[in-house]
Design a protein around this ligand. Structure first.
Ligand code: 2BA
Length: 106
């Protein structure tokens, strides 16, 4: 058993939820906040048998296209007097795959 943890932009969260459900995967969506931009994002917890991880990653890739623009860098992170850009590229999804010892529903 594996736990896929996917951090995605809020704007694609609805689509990802829909695609996961249509594909038959159970998922939990958590409201989360990026540590860098301090902007809202969504974190999905998806528990699946190990052989299904690649299929879940495929659903995530399909539902979460890369974003053309980026998020504004918070003032606290800007370099004073520096020429750093005011925007950063936010990826399509940040995904962690963890081993799960047990899944219990008690
Ligand atoms: P944030 O932490 O708000 O980061 C938003 C974007 O800002 C990141 O996009 C990255 O392009 C940039 N960024 C983040 N930290 C930075 C830093 N120290 N210096 C310069 N630029 C930085 P993504 O990498 O696509 O990450 C999107 C969101 O995924 C993150 O939102 C965070 O919520 C989550 N995330 C990314 N990497 C993570 C990690 N290693 N552990 C936990 N969460 C992660």
């Amino acid at each position: 058993m594996k736990l896929v943890v996917a951090v995605v932009r809020d704007e694609v969260a609805g689509q990802l939820t829909e695609q996961l459900m249509v594909s038959g995967y159970s998922a939990t969506k958590l409201a989360s906040t990026g540590g860098f931009l301090r902007a809202g994002n969504s974190t999905f917890l998806i528990g699946v048998p190990a052989p299904q991880v690649d299929a879940v990653l495929g659903v995530i890739r399909q539902a979460c296209p890369a974003k053309k623009g980026g998020g504004a860098v918070p003032a606290a992170k800007a370099v004073p007097g520096g020429s750093d850009p005011t925007e950063v590229q936010v990826g399509a999804a940040t995904v962690f795959v963890l081993d799960v010892e047990k899944l219990l529903k008690v």
